[in-house]
Each structure stands twice: as structure tokens, then as C-alpha cells.
Design a protein around this ligand. Structure first.
Ligand code: NAG
Ligand code: NAG
Length: 164
């Protein structure tokens, strides 16, 4: 009897922890294959939205590409002369998007003109329980189904406990 109750309690705790998990807690790590002759405007669309504190990890071949953080004008003109920061060592470069703003990255090796540049707007992480909008509906129904599973489990366990 005691053993069974302990198992039931443990199960309930595990389920509760599972149901309480929000859909987005920590910063995401977004990898990007940073290659010459690539137009990244679709890549940006596909990987949006970006959130403050996400990490962007550039993977590149040394000597073929660099990563240059520029301002909007530098991005528009593919001009790295007023770069804020640049990186070209090793095989990858991780950059944390730690502000809510638009970040502009280009490659200064000439490929920027062909689309090797990124304009990435970061958003604040949505609050834990925002009012449901079209975009959040999936997350909301996911949370509801989690809750339903939890309640069903509680009912089954309660029934089991009554039987012993
Ligand atoms: C990168 O930064 C170094 C110094 O920090 C600078 O000398 C160099 O010109 C920069 N390169 C680009 C492409 O901005
Ligand atoms: C990159 O692709 C976008 C959308 O497909 C297009 O509007 C843009 O002109 C392209 N840029 C270059 C430099 O080809």
C-alpha cells in the first residue's frame, strides 16, 4: 500500500513537472552555414522570429568568409569600413543577440552583393501566458492537451488508490 502510494506520488510529480514546462524557456542556438554565393534573405524568413538572448552560430570555411557586424547603412551598401565587430578565425563563430534590436551582419569578401548578409530583428521573449493570438494558438492547444493528460492521469491514479 505505502509502496504503491509512493509510486503514484512520484508519477504525479513527474506529470506535473511535464505539464508545467513552458514551450520556450531558454535561449535558442541557431546555426547558420555561412557560405559564399548564397542569398540569405529566405534563410532569415525561415528562421524568424529571433528572440533576445538567442545565439547565432556561424559555420564557415576559413579564408572563404568572415562575419562582420555593421550598422544598417553598412548592410545596405555591403560596406564593412565602419564595422562594429568582425570575426574570421577558426571554423565557427558564436554571437549572442543580447539586445532587442536589428543586427546586421555581412561578409566583407564581396559575396554580400549576392545576398551574403543578414538583417536580424530580435524580439522580447513572449510572457509565459499571453492572450491567445493566431500565432499562439498552437502553443495554447498544446498546453491544453498537456493539462488534459495530467487530469486523466490523476483520475486513473485516484481510482487505483481507491482499489487498494
Ligand atoms: C576587423 O577588425 C580589425 C581590428 O579589430 C580591423 O583591423 C579590420 O579592418 C576589420 N575588418 C573588417 C572587414 O572590418
Ligand atoms: C535575394 O533573394 C530575395 C528574395 O528571394 C530577393 O528579393 C533579392 O533580390 C535577392 N538578392 C540578391 C542580391 O540576389
Amino acid at each position: 500500500m505505502m509502496g504503491r502510494m509512493r509510486v503514484a506520488a512520484a508519477l504525479l510529480l513527474a506529470l506535473a513537472a511535464c505539464a508545467a514546462l513552458p514551450s520556450r524557456t531558454a535561449a535558442n542556438k541557431i546555426s547558420i552555414n555561412w557560405k559564399p554565393n548564397t542569398n540569405y534573405s529566405d534563410w532569415v524568413k525561415e528562421h524568424s522570429p529571433f528572440y533576445k538572448d538567442d545565439w547565432l552560430v556561424f559555420y564557415y570555411t576559413a579564408g572563404q568568409a568572415d562575419v562582420v557586424l555593421v550598422d544598417e547603412a553598412g548592410y545596405n551598401k555591403c560596406d564593412a569600413t565602419n564595422s562594429i565587430y568582425n570575426y574570421s578565425k577558426g571554423r565557427n563563430f558564436a554571437f549572442q543577440l543580447n539586445e532587442t534590436k536589428t543586427y546586421y551582419f555581412i561578409c566583407s569578401y564581396g559575396y554580400c552583393y549576392g545576398g551574403m548578409r543578414l538583417a536580424i530583428k530580435t524580439e522580447k521573449l513572449p510572457p509565459p501566458s499571453p492572450p491567445p493570438s493566431a500565432k499562439d494558438r498552437n502553443a495554447a492547444s498544446f498546453a491544453r492537451s498537456h493539462a488534459a493528460v495530467l487530469y486523466a492521469a490523476v483520475a486513473v491514479l485516484a481510482a487505483l488508490l481507491r482499489m487498494v
